[in-house]
Design a protein around this ligand. Structure first.
Ligand code: GLN
Length: 312
């Protein structure tokens, strides 16, 4: 079924306000100082369809950092740089059921390779696979890919968020040292973390994120020209990870309640897509205990039920 944009346009503002009420039950991520000031009740959404329709509601123009959403694109770039074999030598394909920044399984399960590319340990391993002469070039290549996919060359990094995460990321540092000790990282720890913190600090708005989702919904093609931006096989891999691991250890529940590929970040952003149909960018900084936007998940659930989005 195709989403009826005329119907959606009429109903979206009310659905958004209803979901916004849930923000009271969430908390803004406080462990990265640069994120702690985001307004709890902010909620914005933008939807781009493959047929060229666009809709937005709420605070859709507000800027926020990608955080974990960036992991989808660092994975895609690493796949383009190293191929499937090169990536899956260093990182697995399975969900963990643990928190996104957990180190439990790194020591518990041999051979100490991170379970998947969307948990922090896996994304740090993936950051080390991006080609480039040092962290600045690697980070610039990833930013370039994101600008291309978003169709907007003005996208950049939020330096304050980058610096504040880098200064306080004791847990990510320990994950990286663990990986180094297990010979998962070829590079040194600090240059690898620089790439990882920079990718997390790339700043977008809902419209730019929706367009990124639309490229994934189109199998890696530019939605307008039809030219290939990312090989279809790699987009297929990324979307599969989004379904199985994209909403951290609430991915199973999200698959049942919403049923579409999505990736969230601790800034409250969610990138979602309806394959072959829609790209969705959303922000709602109030997070639940799993680290997903409370109001954002509720809004996606409402829309999925209404327009029968579930892939299952
Ligand atoms: N920068 C964040 C971190 O590493 C990203 C995690 C997230 O969005 N869940 O903690």
């Amino acid at each position: 079924m195709h989403t009826d944009f005329a119907h959606l346009q009429k109903r979206l503002p009310a659905w958004l306000e209803e979901s916004r009420q849930l923000a009271e039950h969430g908390k803004v991520a406080g462990y990265i100082p640069g994120l702690a000031r985001a307004p709890l009740r902010r909620l914005g959404i933008s939807l781009h369809s493959i047929t060229g329709e666009q809709l937005a509601a709420g605070e859709c123009g507000a800027a926020f950092t990608l955080q974990s959403i960036s992991k989808v694109f660092s994975l895609l770039l690493a796949l383009m740089d190293r191929g499937e074999q090169g990536v899956f030598e260093k990182v697995g394909m399975e969900p963990t059921g643990d928190d996104f920044n957990s180190m439990l399984k790194l020591e518990l399960v041999e051979p100490g390779k991170p379970f998947n590319p969307l948990i922090n340990a896996g994304a740090i391993a993936v950051a080390s696979l991006i080609r480039g002469d040092g962290p600045a070039e690697k980070s610039a290549r990833l930013l370039d890919l994101i600008r291309t996919v978003a169709g907007d060359a003005t996208i950049g990094w939020n330096e304050e968020v980058y610096r504040s995460e880098s200064a306080t990321a004791h847990r990510n540092r320990s994950l990286a040292y663990f990986l180094k000790d297990n010979a998962v990282l070829d590079d040194e720890v600090e240059p690898t973390l620089e790439v990882y913190f920079r990718q997390c600090a790339i700043e977008v708005n809902c419209g730019q994120l929706a367009r990124m989702g639309l490229v994934l919904a189109s199998g890696g093609k530019d939605p307008r020209s039809g030219s290939e931006l990312i090989p279809r096989r790699y987009v297929q891999i990324a979307k599969t990870f989004m379904i199985t691991c994209g909403m951290y250890n609430a991915s199973g529940e999200f698959a049942i309640q919403v049923g579409i590929p999505a990736k969230s970040g601790v800034s409250g952003g969610i990138l979602a897509l309806v394959p072959g149909e829609l790209g969705i960018g959303l922000v709602g900084p109030a997070l639940n205990d799993k680290g997903n936007s409370v109001a954002g998940v509720h809004l996606l659930q409402t829309l999925s039920r209404q327009y029968d989005w579930s892939m299952f």
